[in-house]
Write a new protein. Structure first.
Length: 202
């Protein structure tokens, strides 16, 4: 099966292209209630549905900014704040490196995860994300002695446009713990590419 190109799953658009650089965010199930996103979408609906690609892109960026601010505020149980839980996700990302994607940068936040990868030519982005979420959720539920969905159903992805966008994405991902007020320096956040000294950036 080949990558799907530009498609929609649930309420989010996805871009699935072999060889693409992708910035991906997925989050805990209770970190961002659906009704909150829907209210923002209604507010931005005119621009999100605009025939003007620039207006549409600006509205989409605004939606993502609102979601990022909400996530960074620490809503939900924030179970990823527990080192044993964060370690499961951290290790799952590294485990898949070279098996459908090249892992470039990541950060496990208290209620969401940012990842930057280079997708291999014939790898499906949805399958890659499912390997992270499905594999980690099973282990996490065993540790927590719980059942049910740990992760929100969908995920956000953004194709990297150019070198400037690449470095801004790396800086955003590794600097997210600082922006959220969790640490003073990116390297202080243990469960991230910066914190563990990942050296594939080039």
């Amino acid at each position: 099966m080949e990558p799907k190109g530009h498609h929609r799953r649930g309420y989010l658009p996805h871009r699935d292209y072999g060889g693409a650089l992708q910035a991906i965010t997925f989050r805990e199930a209770d970190s961002l209630p659906a009704h909150v996103v829907e209210s923002w979408k209604e507010e931005l609906q005119h621009f999100l549905n605009s025939p003007d690609d620039i207006d549409k892109a600006k509205a989409h960026d605004e939606l993502l900014r609102r979601i990022a601010r909400y996530e960074d505020a620490g809503h939900g149980r924030c179970l990823l704040r527990q080192p044993s839980i964060a370690r499961i996700v951290h290790d799952k990302l590294i485990e898949g490196h070279g098996k459908g994607y090249e892992l470039i940068a990541w950060c496990v936040m208290p209620n969401h995860v940012h990842v930057l990868i280079r997708q291999e030519d014939h790898a499906l982005l949805g399958k890659i994300v499912r390997s992270w979420k499905g594999g980690s959720a099973r282990q996490i539920n065993l540790v927590l002695l719980s059942r049910g969905a740990f992760w929100a159903r969908d995920y956000f992805d953004r194709a990297i446009r150019d070198q400037d966008h690449y470095w801004r994405s790396v800086a955003y991902i590794e600097g997210n713990p600082v922006k959220a007020g969790l640490v003073k320096e990116p390297g202080e956040w243990e469960f991230s590419s910066k914190g563990c000294g990942w050296n594939l950036l080039g």
